[in-house]
Design a protein. Sequence first.
Length: 403
Amino acid sequence: MKSILNILSTALLVFTAVILAACAAGDDFDYDKTGLYLSGTENNPVVKFKVEDTPASYAVTVQSTKKVENDVTVTLGIDASKVTEYNEANTTTYFAVPEGSVELDKTQVTIAAGSAISDAINVKVVSTDEFKEGCTYVIPVTVKTISGTDAPVIETCKTIFLRISRVLNFYSIQANSGASSNFIFDQPIPLKKFTYEVKIYPEGLNRTNYPQRFLAMEQADESKSLLLRFNEANSDNKLQVILDGNKFISNTEFENGHWYLLSFVYDGNTIAMYVNGVLDTSINASIDGINFQRYEMGMSWGGYNTRQFFAHRFCELRVWDRALTASEILGGMAGVDAQSNGLKAYWKFNEGKGHIFHDATGNGFDMDWSKTSRAVNESDMVPTPDAANAIQWVRDDKNKVTE
């Protein structure tokens, strides 16, 4: 628990630093300066708008830094071009909401004479049917016109970006030793700089010193791989990572009953491991390329599929041919856009039935688990068509995430 609290504390410090940096640029907010601004944008123009069901409303108001002497009328509107401007200025990847998904109950508000805050307009999300998985949507509500005052709009507070935060209930796979096997693709994915990601929900951590291996991302001949296992060498519920011979143990002590996004980034000089978007470990390394072509679910060799079995759930397996930044990783906690730059293969494991796992990128790296194989000794690989019958899907209240 201590490690989780440390992670959350670090994330909060990083988040606060980003906000302060954003506020330091451009026209700084100053309560002593006469001007108008959209309520809630004083520190950060991006504001969370939680949408559990539709319709859902968010009240937007305009404020003045001082009480106004006359009635001030402000016209507001939704301007999708503001999203593009924000992304370019802040290297973010927000999406404007699809047309027809949002309504305003009116477009004008008034700050009455002797007051400093207006009445509200209601921004209403009427449907999320056109929203795509992995896309983070914002509603850019901006000041169009002002009448009744010569006070300017504080430029950095002129637009509020309502970031839609949906509660999603998703499918995942429940690990089963009978499903542990290897899928080898017809073609490799050449990687120089890269990022591997996977989401896991531990259920079988038990602080033993016996390895609990659950994933390997490898070359076809296993000569270069990312191998992940818990409780190796008395590591006390910490994760051992082996990437092309480079070994380290996580600082995080993991717990059962929590979802974790694990991200492994190689930028040409270092290997960095992130847990839920927060840097856990970084080591110097030199990797002369990897041709990823083989995915191992669980530990499949010989009888180790049962002896090293790790009870858990998993989903969101991703392969990128570039090193992601910390902010990009944080933005992918719930999922990512399948057409993201550098995303070469992406298995959401959200099919909910069957044994074929589709590559969401469209690059053709689908996996048919009836066409897997398992090593019974050091050299022989035996086909395991029955592994497909052991695939177990699960979707319940544990499988929920807030974007």
